[in-house]
Design a protein around this ligand. Sequence first.
Ligand code: C2E
Ligand code: CA
Ligand code: CA
Ligand code: CA
Length: 278
Amino acid sequence: MKDDGKNNYNIFKSIPSGGGIERLTLENSIRKALQLEEFVLYYQPQIDSKTGEIIGTEALVRWNHPTLGLIPPAKFIPIAEETGLIVPLGKWVLKTACLQHQKWKEKGFPPMRVSVNLSSRQFSKHDLVETIKEILLETHIDPSYLELEITESMTMNVEVAIEILGKLKELGILICIDDFGTGYSNLSYLKQFAIDRLKIDQSFVRDIMTDSNDADIVATVIAMAHKLGIDVIAEGVETKDQLNFLRSQNCHEVQGFYYYPPIPAEQIEQLLMQTTTI
Ligand code: C2E
Ligand code: CA
Ligand code: CA
Ligand code: CA
């Protein structure tokens, strides 16, 4: 048992240098962890910047390793993506998040949007729409409460993106562009992509109080989104000053350590119990 832990520790230490044996061992560990259901979702509240109300949560996966404890996604998502294991892992994440939404609903909490990160490997899989349809049927979640977070790089092939996003919209789910501003973005297509929300990347939010360029970019993105009728959320909000700036620009929603870090589902319930009457 002790040996196991030590081996695994070495595996993680070797990331991201990667390559050879370690990678293969890690791949096998991830596969085994999926079978043993060692992954767990944390949920980070998304807040209405005007009222302070929790209006949604973002599901963020962690690996609850029996000997190493909680492993953050940066340590295993890249390898899961390279090996294709992100497809079954991503499916598990989607289903688990939808089931959690339903559990909260059954407990009588007011329904909250749940946002799930989609990897490019999942996005380009031909059966994505079918998989999501299946999950909607199995979990009975009202699709208007499920949001997928995609990144700009997934929309590089404009025609393909329009087609996939169109099909996803037909299912009634929401689409958010994550890390907005960090990648390729074909602004002229934003409207055709049928996007519901832009998430302003934390790298812009971090310096809004000290870097006037970042402040201008954030203000411009918010104004543009308003013009296009797209909602905006800012991530990585850590200070009251950042929050006030975002409020002054009418940024609808915020997410970040200033309010809450990602927390386990039970802690979300405690929060909801404090803030709602059921
Ligand atoms: P992301 O989707 O951009 O998620 C936001 C990350 O920022 C999360 O890190 C979150 O804990 C962190 N964060 C939240 N508020 C703050 C803040 O105020 N300040 C700072 N400095 N950071 C904040 P986390 O949970 O470690 O996730 C890292 C990345 O791993 C995610 O970035 C996402 O790209 C990926 N990831 C996580 N879960 C999944 C998943 O289920 N599927 C896929 N495909 N990727 C995932
Ligand atoms: Ca995200
Ligand atoms: Ca992000
Ligand atoms: Ca990111």
